[in-house]
Design a binder for this molecule. Structure first.
Ligand code: URP
Ligand code: ZN
Ligand code: ZN
Ligand code: ZN
Length: 482
């Protein structure tokens, strides 16, 4: 027997549905505090076929096969991490994970979509790298996934691949201004690629540090035999980052391309970015990573300083506070992990010669909850800012909005449910990344990812992985939206 019922879609908006078997929902999430970037409400969510189909009071929803009780919990649009390296080969070292175990760790950490990098190996074109990465990821990922293209040189045979990648749903193109002889691309090539990106409505991504300053500083450190991990930070001063951002901004403005500066570690660029974003209204976006927001430069002076080597380096407290202020003022769009899964053996190999050390920190599993604890629980951010910087802005900049990044009727049912009352001490032995350490070892964190729902499938429940058969989808993306 079908019964007509009223179901509230949004405040003041009602739809009529039939409460019959054919309308049965797959899942209802009840009693949670639903946090979007611009709203917070205690409402229930109904999911069918991987899509959010009901929002409101579930007494008025059709029945569901599964009910998740989110009493006392916060329900966020599924977190997106658009800066993840999986099995990254950069010079001598390769990171240790696979698409399968990295994305499972992501799911444990509440992340429902990752964006990885298709970095060309020697002799490969950017399209070759994209095809290789796609084949490696296919049917392996426990969350949704997508790729950034990457250019390490520009020749006339490859430059048309900017358009090919964008047409295939890969609108973001990464370029590195450092890592000489591996992936660094020169300014002339950057200029050509930016023009191509602008012509095809793509997005440039920059690792921005000035290579000449860093090369010269490293040479001086070698000469003075100042080669401990602390030298890594002193050889990469914040001015190297600020100088490169300024130079790239000029090219970005001239070409009209949209661009995102990844892993910003300094407040030195604040006024410049503010000027380009606000006064000139240019589509320039920014990313900060959890480790720059939660660690300070003294980590390099510790006994195991080599474990914290990443580029740009972790900086002093004032820089950390400047980054938090930039988030609060809306000058940072996204907070990501820059996940790189090296282990202590790899990190230790050059502990007495930092210039050769592998760069990067594991973090795909910890980025959300450490940021939540340091941001929301410490009172630096409100919950809506957290939703914006972990999901909504990311979905917009990465061209996935509003399917991703929003809890609304018609959006994909990718959801992260956080229990704010649960505390935990971070330790590598409780994590699932393919490494034996975490830069957050021993850190007490307020909050825990209780449930992760990807495409309507409940994959993590009460901190346990419950859906081995589920696989995430490749997400074709479009141009960034402001
Ligand atoms: O140190 C870092 N960030 N390693 C990963 C590669 C990159 O620069 O993003
Ligand atoms: Zn980088
Ligand atoms: Zn001005
Ligand atoms: Zn990176």
């Amino acid at each position: 027997m079908n019964k007509e019922i009223l179901s509230r879609r949004k405040e003041g908006e009602f739809t009529t549905i039939k409460k019959g078997r054919e309308n049965m929902l797959d899942t209802i999430i009840k009693n949670g505090t639903v946090v979007n970037a611009n709203s917070t409400a205690t409402v229930d969510i109904g999911i069918k076929d991987g899509i959010i189909v009901q929002i409101g009071d579930s007494n008025y929803f059709p029945d569901a096969k599964n009910v998740i009780d989110a009493s006392g919990m916060e329900v966020y649009p599924g977190m997106i991490d658009s800066h993840v390296h999986i099995n990254l080969k950069l010079g001598e070292f390769s990171t240790l994970d696979t698409f399968a175990n990295a994305t499972k760790a992501a799911a444990f950490g509440g992340t429902t979509t990752i964006v990885e990098f298709a970095i060309p190996y020697e002799g490969e074109t950017p399209m070759d790298a994209f095809r290789r990465r796609s084949a490696e990821a296919e049917n392996q990922c426990y969350v949704n996934y997508s790729f950034h293209g990457c250019f390490t040189e520009a020749n006339i045979h490859e430059i048309q691949q900017v358009k090919e990648l964008i047409d295939l749903g890969v609108p973001s193109i990464k370029m590195f201004t450092v890592y000489d002889d591996i992936v660094r691309i020169n300014k002339g090539a950057i200029y050509d690629i930016l023009k191509e990106i602008a012509a095809n409505n793509g997005l440039a991504l920059f690792h921005a540090e000035n290579n000449e300053i860093i090369t010269s500083e490293i040479a001086k450190h070698i000469e003075k035999e100042n080669l401990s991990p602390a030298g890594h930070a002193t050889s990469r001063p914040a001015i190297a980052e600020a100088e490169e951002v300024a130079s790239l901004l000029a090219l970005i403005e001239d070409t009209g391309a949209s661009a995102l500066f990844v892993h910003m570690s300094t407040g030195k660029t604040k006024e410049l970015l503010e000027h380009y974003r606000k006064a000139r209204n240019l589509p320039i976006f920014t990313e900060v990573c959890t480790h720059y927001l939660s660690l300070e430069g003294d980590v390099y002076k510790e006994k195991e300083g080599q474990l914290y080597i990443c580029s740009p380096p972790i900086r002093e407290q004032e820089e950390k506070e400047a980054l938090w202020k930039m988030i609060d003022e809306g000058l940072v769009d996204v907070v990501n992990s820059d996940h790189c899964c090296y282990d202590t053996e790899q990190k230790n190999k050059y502990k007495d010669f930092f210039p050769n050390a592998p760069n990067g920190l594991p973090g795909v599993e910890t980025r959300g909850i450490v940021y939540y604890s340091e941001g929301v629980q410490s009172g630096r951010l409100n919950r809506q800012q957290f939703a914006a910087t972990t999901s909504t802005n990311t979905a917009k900049v990465m061209g996935m909005y509003p399917k991703k990044g929003k809890i609304d009727i018609g959006s994909d049912a990718d959801l992260t449910i956080i229990d704010p009352a649960s505390t935990q001490v971070i330790t590598a032995s409780n994590l699932h990344m393919q490494t034996d350490y975490t830069p957050f070892e021993g850190k007490e964190v307020k909050g825990r990812v209780a449930h992760t729902i990807v495409g309507g499938q409940h994959v993590v429940a009460n901190g346990e992985f419950i859906n081995e058969d589920f696989r995430g989808s490749f997400i074709k993306r479009t141009k960034p939206v402001n």
